[in-house]
Write a protein that binds this ligand. Structure first.
Ligand code: MG
Ligand code: MG
Length: 254
């Protein structure tokens, strides 16, 4: 796909709408931990998420996106992202990545979080912690004058120092009236994508995907689910973040 660098900066009025969209999505996520329990199917979880989105007067942006059949992507253990909700039941010791997008008043928000199911082992615990820290370190780089690459450097440096690897085939993105806008936001030091300077009005979805083992991933036969090539665990955290004159504004903060 040819790269088109077409960043759409948002006005103050648009940022207010994006903030409202982000708040609605944060509300959905607040309810998720109580739904993540052993025995629940990922379809149950997705149905509850879709109901909350619609009850809030919003639209689930993933449903129908390139034919995706659900309101959320739910990815368990070695699944990195884009898992399709199904009859699979969550088990004690699983980690479950929940990625949700919605549209409110014409504006998208996009967020993800990886949750523990019951008691998880030490490596899983550390992976969740480090991936969450990668996202926070990335957010700390969001300020006018910094470059998009500062985000990837922050994520990659922290993940590698902890012995983990960064998925490179999927990246974060600009967001606004469309779910995926320019620029691409890699979670690693990239030499192949344009490296714009951040300025107020830029809104991006930052979404590190961190693997316990190798960085290589494969796509499953369902053409959606992305898994680690070595079958080891993966975690994913995402926030929609606006650049302001005062620094980062995390629109999907819970
Ligand atoms: Mg997402
Ligand atoms: Mg995203």
């Amino acid at each position: 796909m040819p790269w088109k660098q077409r960043i759409r900066l948002k006005s103050a009025a648009e940022l207010d709408k994006m903030a409202a969209s982000g708040r609605a999505l944060a509300e959905v996520f607040r309810a998720v931990p109580a739904l993540v329990r052993a025995g629940a199917t990922t379809r149950d979880l997705d149905a509850a998420i879709e109901r909350m989105i619609r009850d809030a007067g919003c639209m689930p942006s993933f449903k129908g996106y390139n034919g995706f059949p659900a309101a959320s992507c739910i990815s368990i253990n070695e699944e990195v992202v884009h898992g399709i909700p199904s009859d699979r039941q969550l088990c004690d010791g699983d980690i479950v990545g929940v990625d949700v997008g919605l549209i409110k008043d014409g504006y998208h928000s996009d967020s993800a979080e990886t949750f523990p199911v019951g008691e998880i082992d030490e490596e899983a615990e550390r992976l969740l912690q480090v991936t969450r820290e990668c996202l926070e370190r990335a957010i700390a780089q969001v300020r006018s004058g910094n470059r998009i690459s500062d985000i990837g450097v922050a994520v990659e440096t922290h993940a590698r120092a902890q012995g983990f690897s960064v998925v490179e085939t999927l990246v974060g993105h600009g967001i606004g009236r469309e779910m995926h806008e320019d620029p691409q936001v890699p979670n690693y030091r990239s030499y192949s994508t344009p490296d714009p300077v951040m300025e107020p009005g830029l809104v991006i979805a930052i979404e590190p995907m961190i693997n316990a083992g190798v960085k290589r991933v494969v796509t499953a036969e369902d053409q959606w689910t992305v898994r680690t090539a070595d079958g080891r665990l993966s975690a994913h955290f995402e926030h929609t973040v606006a650049v302001t004159a005062d620094g980062p504004w995390v629109l999907t903060r819970r």
